[in-house]
Design a protein around this ligand. Structure first.
Ligand code: HDE
Length: 701
């Protein structure tokens, strides 16, 4: 016999909790609370106990509610993406600045001020779904536009070039990057033999190698990174004229990355750092924005350019072809359900609209095949476009029918075409005017497995990228190579990478070799084409040189204790607010601290859960007693010494000296004692984001 339920199914209850006969809590439906049902809609009387024979007897097979619930739970997971498994999606809107009808017939670009709904998913590439956000990795930047003429996806990355030139190498690249198959680790990192073995044997990956060792792969936030379509695409206007285009997303808040040691610590302290950041920004109404930009060029430019525009391991410097801003993307809405939207979204490079077209980039061509294929496996059938996040938001009609989980089928008698039923009964018809037409490119050639000749230049742009970086960034690249290759156990792999670096920059190669403790310098790798050594540096490729000079959207972490100077704190909070920055209080206990004026504040973080890596700059405002207390707390010392080591700006009250001393801080111009009226100047200084001059002093090896 089953246990008697606490209430009859569907009965209007009070919504109050009641105890069942075994002491379990039952929450009954009542008022506006809906009645719990099975998937078949049958009201459920008891969701705490399975159906049993007697109190202590076996469970019964006829318990359809248990079976329905457990069956569904057992099938909750779908295969995670092979790449880009860890991602975070949000909704937004794209606003077009002016009519671009001279360049493209794409409907979303025809009218000034036209707004198009979008869905954006940011991701890492190599890690599994549960991996940390701050892995050193490329970030996916996939944007869907729900246009009036169908869904258009720009499935891009935060780096403008890619590892390989031909899609046929993608499975090898990804196998090499992910966990090694015999041991199942390391997770979400490229610092292992297989990855660098593959890279060392793929000279075409060397440009990307320098990018992934740069701070681009450890962004401070999704909000502060660029996006790129990577490939050359085409835009086609109503007259059929084609213009080549590269797509760029520029964050309005400017670029920013963290430092590597900070990333390592963030992964432990807050593995959700990036998704939390975006979630909080949108919840706070600080909607992140990007400008969409076009680099436009014609066939003549493409012919004269020293590299092949169909080669995804090359970029076109902005100094050669400026980026023309065409509209603004604003991310303004988090998802209602992560699985329903973010997990089920099925981006495809093949989703283009009339006015946008492909080129023959062999990587893009391969992707056009792969994405559709992958969605079938992941979402389980051909009807994944029936899921709301994947459905177009414009009228759609065709004769496709049936299949797993069909949510819609053509109505009426006609499910084929041509038919003679006529009118509405005959169903949809093609439209030669409005319909998508491929650009009629002239093509001829032999059927061969080869690439364009210029594809064989593997080092020139890698060198240009490296030489375009600030000194700080060059040091970070060197340090990243040394870190990653120090985890590589096979000396020959390390040597092969250094042999490639010799073709990029001899000084870089020498420093990496030194950092690895290599006894002898290897011979430079034999380049397939001579390296162009004098390409003009492109400062636009640097993060630091394109910093925002603003603290807007950044976060200040403030240590407070009982007795913290209330006036100083208020001044600092006002200055941060005026600069558009957020302040988070960190204290000994989250329950509250009593400030000097007797008021109380509740810190957001307890100091052992609120390390300084969570913040862009920090302020230490403990009272004298508070500083003495925190000097005996290891995590408070870490807070300060990490902020110091990570080149952050540090403000402090005179009473914080004890804590600074204990943390081993040596005073420099990035450390400011806050007197009355000093907060504004400190926040202004924070606009530089980091006090890079300090770095050399804290890194000896
Ligand atoms: Fe992808 N890629 N990719 N990729 N990619 C996938 O599609 C693939 C490449 C990118 O947030 C998969 O739906 C091939 C370049 C992003 O859901 C898969 C090749 C760029 C996302 C796939 C590439 C990207 C993916 C896995 C070599 C930047 C995540 C799940 C030719 C321009 C989209 C899925 C999201 C996802 C294949 C190379 C970006 C397997 C074969 C280059 C942002 O279909």
């Amino acid at each position: 016999m089953s246990q008697p339920s606490s209430k009859a199914p569907g009965a209007a209850g009070t919504g109050a909790a009641e105890r069942g006969p075994s002491g379990e809590l039952h929450q009954s439906a009542g008022g506006d609370v809906p009645v719990l049902t099975t998937s078949q809609g049958i009201p459920v009387s008891d969701d705490q106990n399975s159906l049993k024979v007697g109190r202590r007897g076996p469970s019964l097979l006829e318990d359809f509610h248990f079976r329905d619930k457990m069956f569904h739970f057992d099938h909750e997971r779908i295969p995670e993406r092979v790449v880009h498994a860890r991602g975070f999606g949000v909704h937004g809107v794209f606003e077009n600045y002016e009519s671009l009808s001279d360049i493209t017939s794409a409907d979303l670009f025809q009218r000034a001020g036209e707004k198009t709904d979008t869905f954006v998913r940011f991701s890492t590439v190599a890690g599994n779904k549960g991996s940390p956000d701050l892995a050193r990795d490329v970030r996916g930047f996939a944007v869907r536009f729900y246009t009036k003429e169908g869904n258009w996806d720009i499935v891009g990355n935060n780096i403008p070039v890619f590892f390989i030139q031909d899609a046929i190498k993608f499975p090898d690249l990804i196998h090499a990057a992910k966990q090694e198959p015999d041991r199942g680790f390391p997770q979400a990192q490229t610092a292992h033999d297989n990855f660098w073995d593959f890279m060392s044997l793929m000279p075409e990956a060397m440009h990307m190698a320098v990018w992934i060792m740069s701070d681009r792969t450890i962004p401070r936030s999704f909000r502060f990174m660029e996006g790129f379509g990577v490939h050359t695409f085409r835009l086609v206007n109503a007259e059929g004229k084609s213009t080549f285009v590269k797509f760029h997303w520029k964050p309005v808040l400017g670029l920013q990355s963290v430092v590597w040691n900070e990333a390592l610590k963030l992964n432990g302290m807050d593995p959700d750092y990036h998704r939390r950041d975006l979630w909080e920004a949108i919840q706070n109404g600080d909607y992140p924005e990007w400008e969409l930009g076009f680099q436009l060029f014609d066939e003549e430019f493409a012919q004269a350019f020293p590299f092949d525009v169909l080669d995804a391991t090359k970029l076109i410097p902005e100094e050669d072809v400026p980026v023309r801003p065409v509209g603004k993307l604003t991310l303004n809405r988090t998802v209602e359900n992560f699985f329903f939207e973010t997990e089920q979204v099925a981006f495809q490079t093949g989703n283009v609209v009339p006015g946008v077209d492909f080129t023959n980039d062999p990587l893009l061509q391969g992707r056009n095949f792969s994405y559709l294929d992958t969605q079938l496996k992941r979402l389980g059938g051909p009807n994944f476009t029936h899921i709301p996040i994947n459905a177009p938001r414009c009228p759609m009609a065709n004769f496709q029918q049936d299949g797993h989980m069909a949510m819609r089928n053509p109505k009426g008698r006609a499910n084929y075409e041509p038919n003679s039923w006529g009118g509405a009964m005959g169903g949809p018809r093609e439209d030669p005017e409005r319909g998508f037409r491929s650009f009629p490119e002239e093509l001829s050639g032999q059927k061969l497995r080869i690439r364009g000749e210029l594809f064989a230049d593997h080092y020139s742009q890698a060198r240009q990228f490296f030489l375009s970086q600030s000194e700080t960034e060059q040091t970070h690249i060197k340090d990243a190579f040394v870190f990653e290759l120090s985890k590589v156990e096979t000396p020959a792999i390390r040597e092969r990478i250094v042999a490639h670096l010799l073709n990029i920059d001899e000084d870089l190669a020498a420093k990496v070799a030194d950092g690895l403790g290599m006894k002898e310098m290897p011979q430079a790798a034999e380049p397939a084409r001579p390296v162009v050594r004098d390409l003009k540096p492109s400062p636009k490729l640097s993060i630091v040189q394109n910093g925002p000079e603003s603290f807007k959207g950044r976060k200040l972490g403030v240590i407070v204790t009982d007795g913290t100077d209330a006036g100083l704190l208020a001044e600092l909070e006002a200055a941060a607010k005026a600069a558009g920055a957020l302040v988070e209080l960190v204290g000994p206990k989250v329950g509250g601290v009593t400030l000097s004026d007797g008021s109380t504040r509740e810190p957001k973080q307890k100091v052992n859960g609120g390390p300084s890596v969570l913040y862009d700059a920090v302020a230490l405002l403990p009272s004298k007693d508070g500083a003495a207390l925190l000097s005996r707390e290891a995590t408070a010392k870490d807070f300060v010494s990490d902020a110091f080591a990570h080149a952050k700006f540090i403000a402090h009250s005179p009473d914080a000296e004890a804590l600074l001393d204990k943390a081993g801080v040596e005073k420099d111009a990035g450390i400011v004692e806050l007197g009355k009226g000093g907060a504004k100047a400190f926040i202004a200084q924070c606009a530089k984001l980091r006090f890079w001059e300090r770095e050399a002093k804290v890194h000896a090896v």
